[in-house]
Every structure is written in C-alpha cells, then in structure tokens.
Design a protein around this ligand. Structure first.
Ligand code: GUN
Length: 280
C-alpha cells in the first residue's frame, strides 16, 4: 500500500480551513503566521513560498519577512522580539538553514515558546521529551499522522528511526516512545544498520542518503516512512529504495507526495493551535 500524503494533507487543510471560519466568527480575528527568510537558499525559498501559499488558502494571515544574507543577527533578534509582542502573530518560524554568522540557537531561543510553531525551542523540546503537552516539530508530526492512518495502535511495535537530527529523528523518537513503541535511534556511526532495520515493524528514514534503505533491509509487512528529499540525476528520491521496498512493506510513503505535503499541513495545524491557546 502506498500512503497518499498529498491526500491526507489536503484533508487536514480542509479541516483547518473550516476551523478558521469558525474562529473568525467567534473571535473576529484569524491565526497569523510570520515566516522569516534570510538569504538566497533556493530550497528555502521554495519551502517558504509554499508555506505562504497554503497558509493563505486556508485563511491564515500570512506574512513573510525577507532579509539579505548579510543581515546582522541583532536585527533579526529585534524583529523576533517585536513579533513576540504582536497579538496578531500567533506563530513565528525562522526558515533554516541560517547564514553562518547568525547563531541558530539564539534565534530559536528568542522566539516565545508559545509562538514556536516549529517546536524547536528548548522548552518545547523538553516538554515533548517529558511526555507533556508541547508544540511538535512539523515533519515528525506529519510522519506520525501518516503512521496512525495505517496503524491505530502502535504499542509494543519496534520502531527504527534512521537519523538523530533535532528537526526529525529525535522528536520522532519521542513521539513513538509516547505511543509505547520500542525505539531504536540509529545514525551515521551505527554498526550494521541493515540488521537493525531487519528487526523493525516501523522504519522512519530521515537521514538524507538517496535510496539507502533496500528491500532486504525491511521485514515483510513493516511500515516505512520516508522523510528524505534528495536531488539526484534520477530526479528527487527519498532515503528508501521505493521500487525494492514497496514490494515487501505493508505500507510506504512515496517521495514526492508522502511526508512533504504533511510538513506544511502540520505547520498550519500548529499555527491554529497557537492561536487557540493564546485565546483560551
Ligand atoms: N528547514 C527545513 N525544514 C525546516 C523546518 O521544518 N522548519 C524550519 N524553520 N526550517 C526548516
């Protein structure tokens, strides 16, 4: 079975759109999302454009602030502090990666945890890892929703997460732990990744290596979620060898059209959640 992330994301966006219509009639205002884009990274520009487009489509008040590559860190921090105070702004996102002279940690920590739609602030990271209510990073949240579409009860399942980034691998592992999965987090220094994957009921590949996960790495009937977006001479491919793995897996996400659309839909969801929290 191929997991249709595009369709599931569309359903989520439609649900949020309806919710925003109700919010508008009760509160006479709508959720607002401000995205800060620094520099000229081509992929970031595309992501930010899509974030803006889908925000507007469902009725979020979307704003993009663009800064040149050489902007001073201080100016960015001052803008974030201003946005923190602005009641019309429910969520703030600073697109990563940042230019080298800007301290990513400082930027993330300056965003109010209540407006941190990325779930990157240490308060949100800590809440998630303590099993408390938290903002959840958009990509792992998207993976999690897709997983739950296939399997409602994840308790006792063995999940192998490939990659330990703050954006994906670590929060993904926390979400799976919360669902009582047995979680193995693997990374570039893991020995014999194939044998780790062979034990998995669930594989989340978030490592950025084209077609790394092969058919004989995957247990029959495993669920495979592919977070990778790799540009190759064959076009965009994931971290999973789709042709091989789709023959053995019970369910698999395609690239493109799997996790990608879910990431943006979850950003919209987080923005609406931030608004509701701020107004409850
Ligand atoms: N760059 C790539 N993915 C992301 C994301 O989820 N959030 C932000 N802020 N930057 C990114």
């Amino acid at each position: 079975m191929i997991i249709d992330g595009k369709k599931i994301a569309e359903t989520l966006r439609q649900k949020l759109k309806k919710e925003i219509i109700e919010i508008k009639s009760s509160f006479k205002s709508v959720p607002g999302l401000t995205v800060i884009l620094i520099g000229e990274d081509a992929a970031s520009k595309i992501y930010v454009k899509n974030k803006e487009k889908f925000s507007k489509e469902i009725g979020i008040n979307s704003e993009v602030i663009k800064y040149p590559e050489n902007i001073e860190e201080k100016e960015v921090l001052t803008k974030i502090i201003e946005l923190n105070k602005n009641k019309k702004v429910s969520g703030i996102l600073v697109q990563l990666p940042l230019p080298k002279h800007i301290n990513k940690q400082k930027v993330i920590e300056t965003i109010l945890p209540e407006k941190d739609v990325d779930g990157f602030h240490p308060i949100n990271v800590g809440n998630l890892s303590s099993g408390y209510d938290s903002k959840i990073p958009c990509t792992p949240l998207g993976c999690f929703i897709l997983l739950k579409e296939i399997e409602k009860n994840l308790s006792g399942k063995h999940a192998v997460v490939i990659g330990r980034s703050n954006l994906n691998g670590k929060p993904m592992a926390q979400l799976l732990l919360k669902e009582n999965c047995t979680v193995t987090i693997t990374h570039s220094k893991t020995k014999d990744l194939k044998s780790q994957c062979n034990k998995a009921d669930i594989i989340i590949a978030a490592v950025g290596k084209p077609k790394l996960v092969k058919g004989d790495w995957v247990k029959k009937n495993a669920i495979v979620i592919d977070v990778g977006i790799n540009k190759t001479s064959d076009g965009i491919v994931g971290d999973v060898d789709f042709n091989e793995v789709s023959k053995v897996a019970r369910a698999i996400t395609p690239v493109p059209g799997g996790v990608g659309p879910m990431t943006i839909a979850c950003l919209l969801r987080n923005t609406v959640e931030c608004f509701k929290r701020a107004n409850s």
